[in-house]
Design a protein around this ligand. Structure first.
Ligand code: NAD
Length: 316
């Protein structure tokens, strides 16, 4: 069976995805993609019987493993929403099968795993995009363009807040890399993408309220950026009104504040960004031109998370 994208796409205009993992995020991707005409989820690999059974009305073929799915389906790419701890082995298998991958963040638990993802992708001459969905939020794209045009002047500070409605399930949390990896990478990538600057050393304060197995429920990170700006990132797992994400950029000519994920309207913003992201991935596979995060971006975001983790260890 040949899984290379060009051949099958010629017979059918839709870009046919195999989804790996149908938990919280995999289901959200399914919801987003089902309204698209140009991209479809053809099959799902999911080891949990209960999760497969929940897909019965979605009209997708389900398989117990990636291996089984690859053996039975012609696909144009994989969307990986399996736990972070299996990102590397999934990317490796996909590259061996010649399949492009859109991998959920962080693309491995550590810098070493993400670097290995980059290596296997390069050796295979494959495509690996990392799902940093903020890059597909129109208001943030506009903010980035304004910063690049100098409309905010010199950037003094980028302040980001990500507060989840409530902590994730304990089992998820145990394999997530903790708050700095699981949540922090979104903000680290967003700061890099908005400003074009890299993080210098970071300082971190973590709350002692509500920690689970050593993983804090709140972390506050501050950093100098290599272009002379500063970043402040606020992460928290308790925002009872609903998930919330904000960014505020302070420049010498203007300040811009965007509450881009609000508790009431956030789902629609999130789903729309996921749709734009997967369409961009399909486009990048066919044309080689995509605007999503690369695996190099994923490595950089994880480097900041690891620096932050070391700062916490040194302080305690
Ligand atoms: N972009 C975002 O905003 C966002 C939000 C949530 C989660 N995520 C990412 O998505 C990934 C999944 O998170 P989640 O919250 O959906 O977790 P989850 O635990 O709810 O779901 C993961 C699913 O993958 C399945 N699975 C386990 N091993 C597998 C394998 N080898 N092959 C296929 N499926 C496998 C599990 O049975 C489970 O159903 C994580 O990497 C997480 O960081 C991203």
């Amino acid at each position: 069976m040949d899984h290379r994208p060009g051949q099958s796409a010629a017979r059918d205009d839709r870009f046919r995805l195999g989804l790996v993992g149908a938990g919280r995020m995999g289901r959200t991707h399914l919801d987003a993609i089902k309204t698209l005409h140009g991209v479809s989820v053809e099959a799902v690999a999911e080891p949990r019987e209960e999760a497969r059974a929940a897909l019965v009305h979605d009209g997708v073929r389900t398989f117990e493993s990636l291996e089984e799915m690859l053996g039975h389906c012609e696909l144009d790419g994989l969307l990986v929403a399996a736990p972070t701890g299996v990102h590397l082995e999934t990317v490796r298998r996909a590259m061996a099968a010649g399949l492009p991958v859109l991998c959920e963040k962080p693309c491995g638990l550590t810098v070493a795993e993400a670097t290995e993802c980059a290596k296997v992708t390069e050796e295979a001459g494959g495509t690996l995009q990392v799902a940093y969905w903020r890059r597909f939020v129109p208001r943030l794209q506009e903010l980035r363009a304004r910063i690049a045009r100098g409309e905010l002047g010199d950037i003094l500070a980028v302040d980001c807040q990500q507060w989840d409605a409530s902590p994730p399930p304990v089992e998820f949390r145990a394999g997530s890399g903790g708050i700095l990896v699981d949540m922090g990478v979104h903000e680290f990538d967003q700061v890099r993408w908005l400003t074009g600057q890299e993080f210098g050393p970071v300082k971190v304060a973590v709350s002692r309220v509500g920690a689970s197995a050593g993983d804090p429920d709140c972390a506050q990170i501050v950093a100098e950026l290599d272009g002379g700006s500063t970043a402040a990132v606020s992460l928290g797992r308790w925002h009872p009104a609903g998930d919330s994400c904000k960014v505020e950029v302070f420049g010498t000519r203007a300040t811009e504040s965007i509450w881009f994920l609000e508790p009431v309207t956030g789902d629609a913003v999130f789903l729309e960004a996921l749709r734009r992201q997967v369409e961009d991935f399909a486009r990048s596979v066919s044309s080689g031109e995509g605007s999503g995060a690369t695996v190099t971006d994923a490595v950089e975001a994880l480097k900041v998370a690891e620096m932050a983790g070391e700062a916490v260890s040194e302080a305690s």
